[in-house]
Design a protein around this ligand. Structure first.
Ligand SMILES: [Zn+2]
Length: 307
């Protein structure tokens, strides 16, 4: 049974990967911002321990190779570890087989620390047309990168076709659960200053107001929904920001019927409560072509981590 509202705290432990793979910088000072993830992650883990909460961490393979012991600490504390690319690359920069190699490199790094993920979050929330078919092929339970709803999960389609010349053509539903995200509930645009790219530098009090306002709306209007915050230890882990997060956790916990959960645990329960065929009937505008796509599955791929 799903609670009235599930609150999922998620942390993308990008480390140096995002600066190298997304921003493609060669500047060691800029890359050192990623190194702050050591301090930030420890602060986040202490905060979660103080409040006895389980959370979800998404980690690129490149970051796992840089800091295997730090990522093991996260897993050993009982938190979920999800896939976040190899070096925070954009999946759309690759053809299908190139994207497969990136996915497998990430999986191989996770395997080295004993993790087989059930969840995926694409770097910078970018997808290619091949992303959903590949995630289905590798038996992922859920993705958390899209923005087609706010506090209600949905099933993702594969094979949508679009251009500016023709009407939008919907593809077929797949069993991949989407746990939606939003830039407004992400710490990066608000906090991190990158000259010419992102202004950042918002007061935590402003972010606190936005996040709490969205939480209150979800609590009142979206029964059995999910409120997902996307944060990065290197951004939220700075002193005054993590103090703001702790204030929010304390206030969220006091609300009626709120449970903190990992994304994997929530996705598992949501899928059981919303079988694909029934959900399709109840959500015709999202059903696309109406068919349910049967996609190839990797031999031996299984869901080993549901914490
Ligand atoms: Zn990231």
């Amino acid at each position: 049974m799903l609670p009235r509202l599930s609150c999922c705290l998620t942390f993308d432990v990008d480390g140096m990967s995002a600066w190298i793979g997304t921003l493609k910088t060669r500047n060691p000072s800029m890359i050192s911002r990623g190194e702050f993830t050591i301090t930030g992650t420890r602060r986040v883990l202490q905060l979660l321990r103080r409040h006895d909460l389980q959370a979800s961490f998404f980690v690129p393979g490149h970051t796992i190779c840089a800091y295997p012991d730090l990522i093991r600490e996260i897993a050993d504390a009982g938190h979920e570890i999800g896939h976040h690319g190899w070096v925070h690359e954009n999946p759309a920069d690759f053809e299908r087989e190139g994207e497969r190699i990136v996915l497998e490199r990430g999986l191989a790094a996770m395997e080295r620390i004993g993790v087989r993920p059930v969840g995926y979050r694409s770097p910078a929330w970018d997808f290619s047309p091949n992303t959903v078919p590949l995630l289905n092929e590798y038996c992922f339970l859920y993705d958390s990168s899209c923005m087609g709803d706010d506090f209600n999960p949905y099933y993702l389609r594969a094979g949508d076709e679009f251009s500016s010349d023709e009407p939008y053509r919907f593809g077929a539903l797949t069993p991949l659960v989407e746990l939606p995200v939003s830039w407004g509930l992400d710490d990066y645009p608000a906090f991190e200053t990158i000259p010419g790219i992102n202004r950042g530098y918002s007061p935590p009090s402003a972010v606190e107001e936005i996040w709490e306002g969205d939480f209150a709306y979800a609590h009142e209007h979206c029964p059995q929904g999910i409120f997902t915050l996307t944060m990065h230890p290197e951004f939220i882990g700075r002193g005054h920001r993590i103090a703001m997060l702790e204030r929010l956790i304390e206030r969220f916990s006091r609300r009626d019927g709120v449970r903190f959960s990992s994304l994997a645990a929530y996705a598992d329960k949501w899928r059981t409560a919303n079988p694909l065929a029934e959900w399709r009937e109840a959500n015709p505008l999202r059903a696309g072509s109406g068919a349910i796509e049967t996609l190839p599955r990797q031999e031996g791929a299984s869901r080993r981590q549901t914490a």
